[in-house]
Design a protein around this ligand. Structure first.
Ligand SMILES: [Zn+2]
Length: 66
């Protein structure tokens, strides 16, 4: 099983939460819900094959900060 556990911070309230990333299926783009403030969190997972690294970006879907 290609499962990686990591901790992210909610972009809305800063609450730390634990997520399981299943990277056996390649790149993933999905939404999770914060257990603290119940806002949706946009998670974008990218597998960097060259560096054998998992890159995860977390963003709040309702704001455009970048
Ligand atoms: Zn939150």
């Amino acid at each position: 099983m290609n499962i990686k556990h990591t901790t992210i911070s909610c972009p809305h309230c800063g609450h730390s939460m634990h997520v399981e990333l299943d990277f056996s299926g390649g790149d993933q783009d999905y939404y999770d819900e914060c257990a603290n403030c119940c806002e949706s969190i946009h998670l974008n997972m990218h597998i960097n094959v060259l560096a054998h690294k998992l890159e995860l970006s977390v963003s709040a879907d309702d704001e455009q900060l970048y």
